[in-house]
Design a protein around this ligand. Structure first.
Ligand SMILES: Cc1cc2nc3c(=O)[nH]c(=O)nc-3n(C[C@H](O)[C@H](O)[C@H](O)COP(=O)(O)OP(=O)(O)OC[C@H]3O[C@@H](n4cnc5c(N)ncnc54)[C@H](O)[C@@H]3O)c2cc1C
Length: 476
């Protein structure tokens, strides 16, 4: 069995490069040599995820003469950008928070930005022929039995507020079954705005593009010190150093671990939450016949838990549950898998798809999503700094946002601002988290309470089996 969770070191921790199915599937990859010299550049970027790489590309597109270096502690796509589900979509889990706190206009502005980001990934991928396996599939949103149909209708109403009601169509139970066959699915919605990518291929194609445009990208080059002085920002790595006029910090869920920058503006700007994924072996033809799923679209249920997933381009299924979320106790985020995840999903999947009762799950992994205190993503200058810019807080919805965020960061750094830089969340004041000893128990309490409430309703509806997490298992 190839299981990212168990194949690694003696500690059971996933070993690089098997950080996700996508990195296994990419095949052999050797990260480039670390930075081993002293460089002076216009812009340094920490982090070779989608944000950092998009910023590098956009800086060069704005002005080819700008010298740009990207420093990555491990390998391109090592973070969330190489571990996500590959869903390119204009969804934000925090739309309702934004609406409640800031009203309809801000909500609509945010959705329009997310939609622009969705289109931006498509255009970037197509115009540069990126090797991303980009495919627009759409999204089926079925209600898990009649019990959860009211949730679906409530979401449809919310789509009107977002200004996207024309993007979703109601489907009868019969129509849902024609898209994906499941005894648990009743009515549903068809949402046209979703595309899939292969995250690691996409990240490495972005890096190739950044290099072709003239940026330098160094892997295995952790930044171990950051010093901002009057005339420049100084960075150190174990075997090199960089003097930069401007710095972009694109470290997402790792940002609290960054050394050097004083004060809590950066350290407490976000907290990592570990999100998990799983993937199966390729399905047999009989198994595919049993589920239908001929459009190979994504599925995201309204149910006691959000079960979601999609077929991969090599005929596996990626089927997950959002009932697992890891809240690291301290700053350490090395626990990137959950021993109970695959056994739970293995037990639940035949309820959705009886024809898949013999399915084995071959991979399981997790990665840090970055969450902010006010649940909003933030990008702009770090506090009062004129030289340091950052972006945090895309939660589990950053695949498309990060690309356009990178463009905004590039414009801010280059002083070449388009209308994007006037959006409400750019240079919006970041509310910092209280100390970890207060934040972590509070986050655990809030998430635990939500899970309990969801389980109570599921049990009442006879669907408790979708909210039971198995304990003590390892692997599939
Ligand atoms: C399991 C999972 C599933 C997800 N699924 C989806 C999805 O389907 N759709 C969606 O929209 N969003 C999804 N997300 C969220 C999305 O993946 C992220 O929002 C996005 O990839 C963040 O990109 P980034 O470039 O900002 O950060 P990252 O990709 O995390 O990149 C940060 C980089 O900084 C590097 N770094 C950190 N510290 C240092 C240092 N000191 N020196 C040098 N380098 C450093 C890290 O190694 C890392 O490569 C998911 C997230 C997770 C974890």
């Amino acid at each position: 069995m190839t299981n990212s969770a168990t194949e690694g070191s003696a500690s059971g921790r996933p070993a690089f490069p098997h950080r996700s199915f996508w990195s296994d599937d990419y095949g052999t990859y050797s990260p480039g040599a670390p930075l081993s010299q002293s460089l002076t550049v216009d812009v340094a970027i920490i982090g070779a995820g989608f944000t950092g790489l998009s910023a590098a590309i956009n800086l060069k597109e704005l002005d080819a003469s700008t010298s740009v270096v990207v420093l990555e502690q491990e390998a391109i796509g090592f973070g969330a950008s190489g571990r996500n589900s590959g869903w390119v979509w204009p969804n934000l889990t925090t739309y309702r928070d934004i609406y409640a706190k800031q009203g309809l206009d801000v909500l609509r502005e945010t959705y329009q930005y997310a939609q622009q980001a969705y289109g931006y990934v498509r255009d970037l991928t197509n115009s540069h022929s990126l090797d991303s396996e980009y495919r627009e599939t759409g999204l089926l949103r079925p209600a898990v039995t009649g019990e959860y149909e009211p949730d679906m209708y409530e979401y449809m109403e919310f789509c009107e507020k977002l200004g996207r009601s024309q993007k979703v169509t109601e489907l009868s139970e019969n129509a849902v079954q024609k898209v994906v066959r499941s005894p648990l699915f009743s009515k549903g919605l068809w949402d046209e705005e979703l595309a899939l990518i292969h995250p690691v291929r996409h990240a490495r194609s972005l890096a190739d593009l950044a290099r072709r445009l003239g940026s330098a990208v160094y892997e295995q080059s952790p930044v171990i010190d950051i010093r901002e002085e009057e005339n420049a920002v100084y960075l150190s790595t174990p075997s090199g150093s960089v003097k930069a006029d401007r710095l972009i910090v694109a470290t997402n869920g790792y940002t609290h671990l960054l050394p050097g920058v004083p004060g809590k503006a950066l350290k407490c700007s976000q907290r990592p939450v570990i999100a998990y994924n799983t993937i199966s072996r390729p399905l047999t033809n009989d198994e595919w016949d049993s589920v239908g799923w001929t459009k190979r679209n994504a599925v995201y249920s309204f149910g006691p838990a959000s079960h979601f997933g999609n077929p991969t381009s090599d005929g596996r299924i990626h089927w997950c549950s959002d009932r697992f979320l890891g809240i690291p106790d301290g700053d350490d985020i090395s626990r990137e898998y959950h021993p109970n995840y695959n056994p739970t999903l293995k037990k639940q999947t035949p309820h959705f798809f009886p024809g898949l009762k013999d399915l084995t799950l071959t991979h399981h992994w997790g990665g840090p999503a970055s969450v902010t205190y006010d649940h909003i993503f933030h990008l702009g200058a770090l506090g009062n700094s004129k030289r340091i810019f950052t972006s945090v807080g895309c939660n589990g919805n950053g695949v498309s946002l990060t690309h356009l965020n990178g463009k905004i960061l590039a414009e801010l750094v280059a002083g070449r601002k388009s209308g994007l830089c006037d959006l409400w969340f750019v240079n919006h004041k970041v509310k910092t988290f209280p100390p970890t000893m207060i934040t972590v128990p509070a986050m655990k309490f809030i998430i635990g309470r939500e899970l309990k409430t969801a389980r109570k309703r599921a049990v009442k509806a006879g669907l408790g089996f979708l909210t039971e997490e198995i304990s003590g298992g390892e692997g599939a």
